[in-house]
Write a protein that binds this ligand. Structure first.
Ligand SMILES: Cc1cc2nc3c(=O)[nH]c(=O)nc-3n(C[C@H](O)[C@H](O)[C@H](O)COP(=O)(O)OP(=O)(O)OC[C@H]3O[C@@H](n4cnc5c(N)ncnc54)[C@H](O)[C@@H]3O)c2cc1C
Length: 412
């Protein structure tokens, strides 16, 4: 029994960076799109999850590899708040340490900038506080999703559905196979501190007021109690999400209780305290949907005939990856694409593809593929990569190494 039903050209489930990119691409191509988001924020982990580092669009030696929404959203992230890429990121003179084309941003400012971008696209219907709770599949083809919000349970239908939930919720509920990996117990939170504020004021740099703290099994403030907890933090069952949330906040509480009870004016509760907590559990990897192609460790510099774009490894310079379209197409279920951190990517490759620039890039590619599918009246799985690549070329978005003047190093 459902209370409402609505039909669009495309559904994008999840308004993280991938979902916002997909929705913008589809709307700018003149197609109607429902963007369904369970929270009241756009940006996902990058905003509600307090991830505030826009990782690099370049290879670390002065060559930009990611373009399109990956670049447009990077600039948007710093439009209403601090942040700018280092001016010398292109400086790859021998012997110099090259900075990278990346920046730190204020998650709140990024949310507002994405709101603004989407408000300029009337073809995007933004549904907030709307949980996608079931996939509607008939004869092997997805027809839409069931949602739950203040109006009750409803059906949202479309010709194409893009799963940008980060967790592959739509695909998993449609019966697609997936791969899972565990997560570190982590919490990133925002604090205010008189000492840090004084330093920022002395430097005349208000970006210093963004005082993020990383607590858990990594970062500067390792909590020994958290280290002992070995629960498999998968993020794909209700219990693990609740336990992750409880344990990470307990670690944060422990951190502040210790600091504030120390005999130190700088860390007293009046002078140093948390001001905002993430409203999304900070799982890095949950589900990677089994796709027609799978990226895996060792595939940096691998050529894919069906590549839809290039991404740089944020951890090391000189490591660039092509992303095959097949990694966004589930093995089963027609009419469905996946974008963002739930594309088909395992192990070391997942470390590369699960971050903000690839999320924007795969979101945009999914949007392009959805529009082409509608135009040609065929499911995304039957699209020729050449058609997607023709559209990428028209938009001046490189997708093979040689297009940005790079080639695989001899040893790779
Ligand atoms: C602790 C941590 C640190 C990180 N550090 C960095 C970093 O420094 N730099 C970087 O670039 N990346 C970093 N990342 C990764 C990065 O932020 C994300 O992986 C990236 O933003 C993923 O974007 P996405 O759109 O694919 O998914 P998400 O950001 O997960 O967005 C998915 C959206 O879908 C919504 N959603 C989920 N399920 C449903 C449902 N059933 N119905 C409706 N809506 C739903 C969610 O609410 C969310 O808004 C970090 C991640 C973590 C956890």
């Amino acid at each position: 029994m459902t209370n409402f039903e609505k039909k669009y050209d495309v559904i994008v489930a999840g308004a993280g960076v991938a979902g916002v990119s997909a929705a913008l691409e589809i709307a700018r191509s003149g197609r109607s799109v429902a963007l369904l988001e369970k929270t009241v924020m756009c940006g996902g982990l990058a905003t509600a999850g307090f991830v505030y580092i826009y990782l690099p669009l370049c290879d670390g030696y002065g060559t930009q590899v990611s373009f399109g929404f990956a670049e447009e959203l990077m600039h948007a992230s710093a439009r209403y708040g601090p942040g700018a890429p280092p001016p010398d990121w292109k400086n790859s003179a021998p012997g110099k340490t090259t900075k990278r084309l990346m920046l730190d941003f204020s998650p709140a400012a990024f949310t507002l900038a994405m709101d603004e971008m989407m408000s300029r696209e009337p073809a995007i219907d933004r549904w907030y506080d709307t949980l996608v709770c079931a996939s509607i599949v008939e004869d092997g083809r997805i027809k839409g999703v069931e949602v739950e919000n203040k109006s009750g349970r409803g059906r949202v239908l479309a010709d194409i559905v893009i799963d940008a939930t980060g967790d592959g919720d739509v695909a998993a509920r449609a019966g697609c196979a997936f791969h899972e990996e565990g997560n570190k117990l982590t919490i990133w939170a925002l604090q205010t501190s008189l000492a840090v504020a004084r330093q920022a004021a002395a430097k005349g740099d208000a970006s210093g007021f963004l005082d993020f703290q990383m607590i858990g099994l990594e970062g500067e403030n390792v909590d020994p109690a958290a280290k002992k907890k070995n629960y498999p933090w998968l993020g794909t069952d209700g219990k693990s999400v609740s336990r992750f949330t409880i344990e990470t906040r307990a670690a944060l509480l422990n951190h502040y209780a210790k600091l504030q009870s120390a005999n130190n004016a700088d860390t007293s509760r009046e002078n140093l305290y948390p001001i905002a907590l993430p409203t999304m559990a900070q799982f890095r990897t949950t589900r990677a949907i089994a796709g027609r192609a799978t990226l895996d460790s060792g595939m940096a510099w691998k050529h894919f005939d069906d590549s839809i774009g290039l991404v740089a490894d944020w951890r090391r310079r000189g490591s660039v990856w092509e992303i095959p379209y097949g990694a966004m197409v589930p093995l089963t279920v027609d009419g469905l694409l996946v974008a963002g951190r739930c594309i088909s990517s395992h192990n070391d490759a997942w470390e590369v593809t699960r971050v903000i620039p690839p999320a924007a890039q795969t979101g945009q590619a999914a949007g392009i593929a959805a529009v082409l599918s509608l135009r040609k009246n065929i499911p995304p799985a039957q699209l020729a990569a050449a058609d997607i690549q023709a559209e990428l070329r028209r938009k001046k978005l490189p997708y093979h190494f040689d297009e940005v003047g790079l080639s695989a190093p001899e040893s790779s």
